[in-house]
Design a protein around this ligand. Structure first.
Ligand code: NAP
Length: 254
């Protein structure tokens, strides 16, 4: 399994990549020459994931596979990483992108909404990091990129669960970056601001306008803006960057 330069072709797992930011990341990595494992949460969204995997193989000349796995379940997260390893023979890059929101003010937030967001965003990231780190440490090479949010740094009214999960992702990333550095495995967090996807489509026009006012560039970002940074952090050139949180937010957090 070698490319033109006889280097092993790198392989990436991107969670939550059938749509939104994850889809842009999967495509960008494939265009950069990575084999890519596309993931979605359930069988219901598998057709979209399979369609993207076919598009990647057709357009980019790399290998791709589509796996439905709920990252909040440790056995499914483990199976996802192992499926990629079996297909590609390596797991060089893990992008923990899968995420959900269940917004509401503290007084009205249901316990199950708090738990659901923590389970997917934070525990899902932990589950996949744990599974991939085993392979990466054996390879003595790895790049982990965890999707946080500016909200995890600054907080946001109505998002106690989401902000806590994304702040947790930052702490998790910093802790594992220290643990894995000696094995040539980096771990960094990306903190997007407001990016135009299904997630932000759910906000009212009034909310979107209020948010846009707070962005120095006066516009929402595109999924591709985030993907470009992820691609760099996933590259060999980024090997001396670890434990960092980098915002992609059009100056929102200035
Ligand atoms: P999105 O359009 O809502 O897509 C979410 C993705 O996550 C989908 O592919 C979804 O798969 C997947 N997913 C959800 N639960 C999952 C689970 N339990 N297991 C596996 N996959 C699961 O979201 P997005 O806007 O692209 O956001 C992607 C990431 O960036 C999230 O972590 C989000 O918190 C973060 N982020 C987004 C923004 C923004 O403005 N959009 C800002 C900051 C951070 P299904 O289709 O199968 O449900």
């Amino acid at each position: 399994m070698t490319n033109d330069t006889e280097q092993p072709r790198r392989a990436a797992v991107v969670t939550g990549s059938n749509r939104g930011i994850g889809r842009a990341v999967a495509l960008d990595l494939a265009r950069a020459g990575f084999d890519v494992c596309v993931n979605c949460s359930s069988e219901r969204s598998l057709p979209a994931a399979q369609e993207l995997a076919s598009q990647i193989e057709d357009e980019c000349g790399v290998r791709a596979l589509a796996i439905a796995a709920n990252v909040a379940e440790s056995d499914e997260a483990h199976a996802l990483v192992e499926a990629a390893y079996r297909a590609f023979g390596r797991v060089d890059v893990l992008v923990n992108n899968a995420g959900i929101t269940r917004d509401g003010l503290l007084a009205r937030m249901k316990e199950e909404d708090f738990d659901a967001v923590i389970d997917v965003n934070l525990k899902g990231t932990f589950n996949c990091c744990k599974a991939a780190a085993q392979r990466m440490c054996k390879q003595r090479y790895g790049r982990i990129v965890n999707m946080s949010s500016v909200v995890g740094v600054s907080g946001n009214a109505g998002q106690a669960n989401y902000a806590a999960s994304k702040a947790g992702v930052i702490g998790l990333t910093k802790a594992i970056s220290r643990e894995l550095a000696g094995r040539n495995v980096t771990a960094n967090a990306v903190a997007p601001g407001f990016i135009a996807t299904d997630m932000t489509d759910a906000l009212s026009e009034k909310q979107q306008q209020a948010i846009t006012e707070r962005i120095a560039m006066k516009r929402l970002g595109e999924a591709e803006d985030v993907a470009a940074l992820v691609r760099f952090l996933a590259s060999e050139e980024a090997g001396y960057i670890t434990g960092q949180v980098i915002c992609v937010d059009g100056g929102m957090s200035l």
